[in-house]
Design a binder for this molecule. Structure first.
Ligand SMILES: Nc1ncnc2c1ncn2[C@@H]1O[C@H](COP(=O)(O)OP(=O)(O)OP(=O)(O)O)[C@@H](O)[C@H]1O
Ligand SMILES: [Mg+2]
Length: 495
């Protein structure tokens, strides 16, 4: 069960959050002051923290955040703020806060942010080991493989862990690129510093620059607040840019500046910000081809490609198949507390004959499905089902981008039972909107809200217009008109 720690001096807030999360299977812990919260973070080892910016007497939210970051660098902390303290919450992002939420809370958005914080903490918590480590060492995941190509990978991980050089990790889908990135970080000098993974392919083109570099208030229509980008948020740590081949050219130019000069400016800002971040990048695409076709900057390619780690496809290292199968079976047995299963000779032959387009991820899925399907301890050929592998990292990154700085969200009211809850969330959202309008008399409320809805729906649907139109209840033609009207793809947007 995942543990959530709530630090807030207001008993009403603690009570309503307890009610909100109690049905979601969380184990909750509460603290009424910063000092108590810091203590509880040690004693209760939470997976995520919700922290109020203003805490009455004693330590304030920012101080608590700094303390938590120092002692638990991979523990995601989400700040809670009232309208008067939003600036502090935004600044807290520079201190490494995971995100912030503005009161009155939107239940759906709060769940979304917490779920995404939890995924982020899980991604770094599991210790990844690889053969050069002693077998006795505690680990949750290992990079498995003994072939020459894999030995080369281990050697490279060892070499680059100790340095700060950028690393390019290449290989087909499911070959373990993310696993290698995590191993590099965990065995390196920045192991105790923040780590953020960003999937460039999952963020709509118009949003990525703001997501990475941040923006100033008023940088474009809809930029109602300053936004701190991931590079600032991850100061001192490591950023993993997954699917870097999908990064738009304009963003590539900014990234190059970070690599060359170690600095950046937020969109619409003049202030230069130091970017003390190590960059790891990964792609399954052919970057050389992208360079030749001018879709990827050559200078950036050379900068990133100083050290390259290439992961071989599974079909080229079938000698590792027995080891991998054994590892996945052992992991299942451990997780479920059941006896270890084995694979029959026939089943193994079928595994060895498969082409594995989804590589190790596909193998892992096949083995997991087979252990569920097979009632005995020996998995036979008939228990094996080959199918399309699922990509999990995509959802994680979508969740990261939806953690934007728009303070309201459209509640989902898909079924009657959730309508009441959706109604109250809608109320909260409308209140936030009216508040915004009262602060800015020039704001055209309907257009502002519509634009935000369209932007957010597009982000939710990974930029897929057909799905976004369905979600919004409009035709694709209308959606296209709105995109055009609000310049949504062409300028940088906030969600
Ligand atoms: N050598 C390996 N040993 C053990 N598990 C592995 C290995 N390689 C990959 N895996 C497992 O396979 C799954 C996919 O790995 P990962 O997410 O690192 O792939 P990827 O190369 O980033 O794929 P994509 O390009 O689709 O993002 C993960 O669950 C990972 O733990
Ligand atoms: Mg990946």
């Amino acid at each position: 069960m995942s543990r959530l720690l709530i630090i807030d001096d207001d008993p009403d807030v603690r009570y309503s959050l307890e009610r909100l999360f109690s049905g979601d299977g969380w184990e909750m812990a509460f603290a009424a002051s910063g000092e108590e919260g810091i203590d509880a973070a040690v004693k209760r080892a939470p997976d995520a923290v919700l922290l109020d910016v203003r805490l009455g007497a004693g330590m304030d939210g920012l101080e608590v955040l700094r303390g938590l970051r120092r002692e638990h660098p991979h523990l995601p902390v989400v700040m809670m703020t009232a309208h008067g303290t939003t600036q502090t919450a935004i600044e807290a992002m520079r201190e490494g806060a995971f995100d912030y939420l503005v009161k009155p809370f939107d239940a759906e958005r709060m769940r979304e942010v917490i779920a995404s914080a939890l995924r982020a903490s899980r991604a770094m918590r599991g210790k990844v080991s690889y053969p050069p480590l002693s077998r006795k060492e505690e680990h949750d995941e290992s990079i498995v493989g003994k072939t020459r190509a894999m030995q080369e990978v281990y050697k490279r991980i060892g070499q680059v862990s100790g340095s700060d050089a950028p690393v390019m990790i290449t290989g087909e889908t499911g070959t373990g690129k993310e696993l290698v990135a995590r191993a590099i970080v965990q065995h390196g000098v920045r192991a105790k510093k923040p780590f953020l993974a960003i999937n460039c392919a999952a963020i709509p083109e118009g949003l990525i620059e703001s997501e990475l570099f941040g923006h100033e208030r008023g940088a474009f229509t809809g930029a109602v607040e300053r936004r701190i980008g991931k590079f600032e948020q991850c100061r001192g740590g490591t950023i993993f840019l997954d699917e870097i081949g999908d990064m738009p050219l304009a963003t590539q130019a900014k990234l190059l500046r970070v690599l060359q000069e170690g600095e950046l400016t937020r969109i619409g800002g003049r202030e230069t910000v130091r970017a003390e971040v190590r960059i790891l990048a990964a792609t399954h695409a052919d970057l050389e081809k992208a360079v030749a076709e001018k879709r990827f900057r050559q200078d950036l390619y050379y900068r990133l490609n100083v050290v390259r780690i290439h992961l071989p496809p599974l079909r080229e290292r079938l000698e590792d198949l027995p080891l991998l199968v054994e590892d996945f079976l052992a992991r299942r047995a451990r997780e479920e507390g059941r006896p270890l299963k084995t694979v029959s000779r026939e089943a193994f032959k079928r595994l060895a004959a498969h082409a594995w387009p989804g590589n190790v991820r596909e193998l892992q899925n096949v083995i997991e499905r087979a252990t569920v399907a097979c009632p005995t301890e020996i998995i036979s050929a008939g228990d094996l089902q080959f199918g399309a592998p699922r990509r999990s990292s995509r959802c994680a990154s979508l969740a990261i981008i939806s953690a934007g700085d728009l303070q309201f969200g459209a509640p989902s009211a898909a079924d009657g039972s959730s309508r009441a809850e959706a109604g109250s969330a809608l109320d909260a959202a409308l209140n936030a909107l009216f508040l915004e309008a009262s602060r800015d008399p020039k704001l055209k409320l309907i257009a502002f809200a519509e634009r935000a809805l369209v932007t957010r729906a597009l982000a939710r649907c990974g930029g897929n217009q057909a799905r976004a139109a369905r979600l919004l209840g409009m035709t694709r033609a209308t959606l296209r008109k709105r995109i055009e009207r609000y310049g949504i793809q062409r300028s940088v947007q906030v969600i």
